[in-house]
Design a binder for this molecule. Structure first.
Ligand code: CAO
Length: 464
């Protein structure tokens, strides 16, 4: 019976390779796992082994050819073993058994331990360590004993563990394509690992990789080390807020090409007015804060720069322009970050905004926010100025396309009319989705806000 040997999946992101050398000749008897060709990929040079035992009847590739995954490379005659094939196969079987001490000594360490993919024993380093530890005469003797017993298909006495047997060439192939042989489930008798098992395992990994890359938006999480090796630890279940925040920010960070632009607004006069008008707002029951003032200024800026008040729909290549102005404000609570939304800011004055912000921030801190309170933002403001810092780069609150970072206002010397004057400067940053907002537009948008904070009449001069 004819069997076609195809180029197997060779591990993560390898799609093809170049034939560096043909390792067999027509009519050679080959055993499963024997190298047929040597293939050069962009990661390594590796031997591509036969996935079945048989006699080589045809080689379908030449040195220098580019071969793709699943492309036929040779034809074997299998099933009716010639005398010569029988001989080579039985010779190979013996050499495979000679290799068993390798797996046996590995397994010896795992004695009484279930096979655990996360255990150290599954690591390639462990395989190397095991190899290094081989060599003691006593070990050799007992290994040879086990190999002979295995040859006779009799389970060795007093063994209550599962060995992981595989021929040297299969082990080498797995190693070359970056697969830990300990992770492969053997389908043969007593869990023997065949070429097919390694191929299937590699194929599955590739499939999983592709699914992760296309479907999942969050980066693959790496396997964590056992931190308790270095000191005491305590594990805590994430709160729902932390979980949501982690997913949401992970999604936004990995899908939006972020850029942050910085500027400073001279708010010396504005601060005087904030104090002056603060008394009026206080009578209404609220505190006139910098955040409340910024919410209104940002809304005017959004009217003048409509692309910043939009969302991007890449699945339909659409830009969604919103004709409403709902501004989210990041609130720091002891349960984590929450972003309630002040709706229809264009229809509210600063006193109303200050009252609403105070109410929403309080609701956030006493767990009274509803889902509706947190939905529908078109833009977000994050003010860390009450805490400190000179600047930061917040993550865009997807599906918004920009977020304003507000840092701590500080008196700084500013060169005006040929002399330095002490002025109160407010550091601002705008993180934006560069797919939709160009750097120049971001700079104009932020400057527009700064100019308006410095000279509020601007809003009535060129605002809308
Ligand atoms: N520069 C200097 N001082 C500032 C300031 C700034 N940018 N912003 C606030 N302050 C001052 C206020 O004037 C106030 O001082 P006084 O008590 O002397 O009047 C003090 O800091 C506290 O302000 P506040 O918190 O009462 O009011 P606010 O409107 O400025 O802030 C809120 C409200 C909800 C934004 C804020 O409480 C908060 O939670 N900030 C954290 C936001 C956050 O966590 N962002 C990170 C998210 S990740 O991007």
């Amino acid at each position: 019976m004819k069997h076609t040997v195809k180029l197997p999946h060779l591990g993560e992101n390898i799609e093809a390779g170049t034939v560096a050398q043909i390792l067999v000749a027509i009519d050679d008897a080959v055993n499963e796992g024997d190298g047929i060709i040597e293939l050069e990929t962009d990661k390594a040079v590796l031997e591509v082994p036969a996935d079945k035992s048989g006699v080589l009847r045809e080689i379908l590739v030449s040195e220098g050819d580019e071969v793709k995954i699943d492309q036929p490379i040779a034809i074997l005659e299998i099933g009716q073993n010639s005398e010569r094939e029988q001989k080579v196969i039985s010779e190979n079987r013996i050499s495979e058994k000679e290799d068993l001490p390798d797996s046996a000594s590995e397994s010896e360490k795992n004695k009484n331990q279930p096979r655990d993919e996360t255990s150290e024993s599954a690591s390639p380093e462990h395989e190397t360590k095991s190899a290094k530890q081989r060599g003691s005469d006593t070990q050799k003797e007992s290994d040879e004993k086990e190999a002979t017993q295995d040859l006779q298909h009799e389970p060795p006495p007093q063994r209550d563990y599962i060995p992981i047997p595989a021929s040297p060439s299969i082990r080498r192939f797995a190693r070359e394509i970056g697969i830990d042989i300990n992770d492969v489930r053997g389908s043969g008798p007593r869990g023997r690992i065949s070429m097919e098992d390694v191929r299937t395992f590699s194929k599955d990994i590739n499939k999983r990789m592709k699914i992760t890359q296309t479907v999942s938006s969050s980066p693959r999480s790496e396997r964590l080390p056992d931190f308790s090796k270095w000191g005491n630890i305590e594990e805590e279940k994430m709160s729902r807020i932390r979980e949501k925040t982690a997913h949401h920010l992970g999604f936004a960070w990995s899908t939006i090409p972020h850029v942050t632009h910085f500027d400073k607004a001279d708010i010396t006069e504005l601060e005087e007015q904030r104090k002056y008008f603060g008394k009026y707002v206080e009578k209404a029951g609220a505190k006139l804060t910098m955040t409340a003032i910024l919410v209104k200024f940002v809304q005017f800026a959004l009217k003048s720069f409509p692309q910043v008040n939009s969302s991007i729909d890449m699945s339909h290549n659409n830009i969604i322009h919103k004709k409403y102005y709902h501004i989210g404000v990041a609130v720091d609570t002891d349960r984590g970050l929450l972003v309630p939304v002040i709706k229809n800011v264009d229809k509210k004055n600063i006193t109303q905004i200050a009252l609403e912000l105070q109410d929403l921030a309080e609701k956030a801190r006493v767990k009274k926010l509803t889902l509706e309170d947190m939905e529908g933002s078109t833009f977000t403001i994050s003010n860390l100025g009450g805490i400190g810092g000179t600047g930061f780069t917040p993550i865009v609150n997807s599906p918004d396309v920009a977020i304003l970072a507000v840092s701590r206002a500080k008196v700084e010397p500013v060169y005006i009319n040929e002399k330095f004057e002490p002025r109160l400067l407010l550091p601002l940053g705008l993180s934006y989705d560069h797919r939709l907002i160009d750097g120049a537009d971001a700079a104009r948008f932020l400057r527009w806000i700064c100019d308006s904070l410095e000279k509020p009449l601007k809003i009535f001069i060129d605002g809308q």
